[in-house]
Design a protein around this ligand. Structure first.
Ligand code: C5P
Length: 405
């Protein structure tokens, strides 16, 4: 961590006093802190204490002329290697989850291009309220990292989850966020996600209902476990996962070309729902609904001729730079495990993750999968797609762990 800089956003909570100690602890590890103090944060610790400990001006105002002259608020949001919010209040979490910005801290959180780590601190009831839990889930899905809150006595006299993590725990989480200790450190991962779109003409295409959520969650989990992760994604409406290099493509052939140029990779997880076929020709101009001049005046329906797309998973399995661990997905509606076993052999994958997509899996938040490896089939209970990602990253680490494993 030596030589890194952290942008520390201090929100309004009694735990703000621990953030002063956090600045000291980070300094001991050679990490420099630059601070934003919210208006509420300033009610708990003074700008003077924060400035004395960071050795820098403390930033508080969104439209401060003197600050803007030295460093604009956008530049400030990107000036560090990591953004840490401690204490992260219900207000800061809610604003970031909702995309709101009405002060310097919330603006910096939206404008930053760096990973964000939050250490929540609030009353137990507040933490457990549906609104805060919704923010927490959304932020986690968006790739925000969390440390705590811990269980225990609270300043307000209640007991339960809500205490901010201790400064040394936050330091450890920061160290993790810098990717030093992930079990997949030193390994490169390729993930495909989403559907592909196969054009008929400039306005029409063939596609499928894949939302990309499972693939994005896997890419995020691999990156969090320390792998250098490239996500090759078809057209989806998801935010890029933090710490992942995102490569957007449209067609199956573009997806294959992107994957091949990412190689060599140690791990490849092919989550994309690649279109099996594409129209044999994509017309350069919009196909017209033309009317035949027969006596019945019927519309002429163009016949769509389909040709097969390349199978990306099977191509990588035969590739001279074949990834060490090649994982395919099998979305099935019946005989899920049997079909997946056959698919594993047919495509030359090492593992297959089989899921039953007859229910609300596509586009939904949850998934129930079976992991089929060389010598076993594990059926995992239903869990969120992000939990599937985390569990899969852990299994991958067990199988081929990186430098730190
Ligand atoms: O044959 P099927 O589409 O069911 O196989 C699913 C697995 O193969 C997934 O991992 C998917 O990403 C991959 N696949 C691919 N290229 C294709 C078709 C499927 O990589 N053209």
């Amino acid at each position: 961590m030596h030589g890194k800089t952290v942008l520390l956003i201090i929100g309004g909570g009694i735990a703000a006093y621990k953030s002063l100690d956090l600045i000291r602890r980070l300094g001991e590890q050679g990490v420099k802190s630059r601070a934003i103090l919210t208006a509420a944060g300033g009610a708990f610790v003074t700008p003077l204490s924060v400035a004395a400990l960071t050795g820098e001006t403390v930033h508080s105002e969104l439209f401060s002329l003197t600050d803007e002259a030295q460093m604009g608020h956008i530049a400030l949001s990107r000036s560090a290697d990591l953004v840490v919010v401690a204490p992260a209040t219900a207000d800061l979490m809610g604003k970031l989850a909702a995309g709101l910005a009405n002060d310097l801290a919330s603006t910096a959180l939206l404008a930053t291009d760096k990973q964000v780590l939050m250490a929540p601190a609030m009353n137990v009831r507040m933490w457990q309220s549906p609104g805060v839990q919704r923010s927490f889930e959304t932020l986690r899905r968006d790739g925000v990292l969390f440390v705590g809150p811990n269980d225990g006595d609270m300043a307000c006299g209640e007991l339960g989850p809500g205490r901010m993590a201790e400064p040394m725990e936050i330091v450890a989480a920061i160290e993790n966020a810098f990717g030093k200790k992930g079990p997949l450190s030193g390994l490169k991962a390729l993930v495909t996600a989403g559907p592909t779109q196969e054009p008929m003409d400039p306005v029409r295409y063939i596609a499928n209902r894949s939302s990309g959520k499972q693939g994005y969650a896997i890419a995020q989990a691999l990156a969090q476990a320390g792998a250098e992760t490239v996500l090759v994604s078809g057209p989806v409406e998801l935010a890029p996962p933090a710490g992942v290099k995102l490569w957007k493509v449209t067609t199956a052939r573009e997806m294959l070309a992107a994957c091949e140029s990412v190689l060599p990779a140690d791990i490849a997880v092919m989550t994309a729902a690649v279109a099996d076929w594409r129209p044999d020709i994509a017309a350069n101009s919009k196909l017209k609904k033309s009317t035949a001049h027969s006596s019945e005046s019927k519309n002429v329906v163009p016949l769509l001729k389909l040709v097969e797309n390349p199978d990306i998973l099977a191509t990588l399995a035969q590739h001279r730079q074949r990834p060490r661990l090649l994982i395919g997905f099998a979305a099935e509606t019946d005989n899920v495990v049997e079909n997946a076993l056959a698919k594993r052999a047919r495509k030359g994958a090492d593992w297959i993750i089989a899921n039953d997509v007859s229910g609300a899996v596509m586009g939904g938040e949850r998934n129930q999968v079976h992991l089929i490896t060389q010598n076993a089939t594990e059926s995992w209970p239903e869990m969120s797609k992000s939990e599937v990602g985390t569990k899969l990253a852990a299994r991958i680490a067990q199988a081929i762990g990186g430098q730190a494993a």
